[in-house]
Design a protein around this ligand. Structure first.
Ligand SMILES: Cc1cc2nc3c(=O)[nH]c(=O)nc-3n(C[C@H](O)[C@H](O)[C@H](O)COP(=O)(O)OP(=O)(O)OC[C@H]3O[C@@H](n4cnc5c(N)ncnc54)[C@H](O)[C@@H]3O)c2cc1C
Ligand code: FES
Length: 275
């Protein structure tokens, strides 16, 4: 590990989401509090491994020291986390980065567009908006995944689609089987016209594969949505998490410190993005 300033957290519960992705509830072993904002992330590690940057998929629970990460098992750290038993420990550094601009949502319509695992960092933002629903105008979630089996948070998705406080559009590339979720077939960009939103007064937050974020942001800009109110969350390989090692740099920006959430105009000008 690069930085010794870590805390130890115990695994309390595991909720499988898809074949390769689960949500892990942790609690800090020192009994301390843990405050973080939607869109921020932790660096998680185990003895003898590098660390992996992982977003919070829950809201901070004041005074409890509890937090949830939704993790796809793709490599060294994430596979080992997937093998943890309840009660076993991880090392945690964080919270890091700048999250979603929650304060900008007040008095506005809010549009969230997520692709695949990109719903994980948007989930706490959405939960916050639902808890503070009176502060914003219309709230729309568009969520796309390859198939139903790739959709995380299906319990939340089912609840949200029945709630009057939020409009939902769920879409899959391929409809493989029946579900209680109302699913449409096609990419998220296919369902972005004619939304009940005021383009000049909407905060749009996007998270997913970079190529998907590119098409969504461009589509919104073409429809007249204000570009400075379009935000996206960028992923880059990370090491220090503190703007020292340069691993996560995009142009002059450090994703770990200046991001991971950036405004579209702030990040699209750098050639080393697909935006
Ligand atoms: C801000 C931020 C938030 C994130 N949030 C989440 C989240 O909420 N949930 C989540 O699951 N992930 C998240 N990620 C992604 C996660 O950090 C990466 O998937 C991380 O690499 C996983 O670490 P690992 O050690 O398990 O995998 P690694 O061992 O790093 O491997 C990851 C993948 O990269 C490939 N790989 C490994 N080394 C190399 C190399 N040298 N060159 C090319 N490819 C290589 C592997 O084959 C594998 O497919 C986030 C990333 C960022 C930056
Ligand atoms: S991870 Fe080291 S500079 Fe961002």
């Amino acid at each position: 590990m690069d930085n010794p300033h870590y805390r130890v957290a115990c695994l309390l519960d595991v909720q499988p989401e898809t074949e390769d992705t689960s949500s892990y509830l942790f609690v800090l072993e020192d009994g301390g509090d843990f405050q973080f904002s939607p869109g921020q992330f932790n660096m998680l590690g185990l003895p003898g491994t590098e660390e992996a940057a992982i977003s919070f998929s829950s809201l901070a629970a004041a005074g409890s020291g509890r937090f949830t990460h939704t993790i796809r098992r793709v490599g060294n750290v994430t596979r080992l986390i997937g093998e943890l038993e309840i009660g076993q420990r991880v090392m945690v550094r964080g919270p890091f980065g700048r999250g979603w601009p929650i304060e900008q949502a007040v008095g506005c319509d809010v549009l969230l567009v997520a692709g695949g695992l990109g719903l994980a960092p948007l989930r706490p933002f959405l939960l916050y908006m639902l808890e503070n629903r009176g502060q914003i105008r219309n709230l729309v979630l568009i969520f796309g995944a390859r198939t139903l089996d790739d959709m995380i948070f299906q319990i939340d998705l089912a609840r949200w689609q029945e709630q009057d406080e939020i409009s939902t559009i769920y879409c899959v590339d391929h409809l493989t089987r029946e579900s209680n979720l109302r699913l449409r077939t096609g990419l998220v960009t296919r369902f972005m016209d004619g939304l009940d939103l005021d383009p000049r007064n909407t905060l749009a937050c996007i998270c997913g594969p970079e190529i998907m974020m590119r098409f969504v942001a461009r589509n919104l800009a073409l429809q007249g949505y204000r570009q400075d109110r379009i935000y996206l969350s960028m992923e880059r390989r990370m090491r220090c998490g503190t703007a020292h090692c340069g691993h996560c740099q995009i142009g002059a920006k450090f994703v770990c410190q200046d991001g991971p959430v950036f405004s579209y105009p702030d990040i699209a000008r750098f050639a080393d993005t697909a935006l």
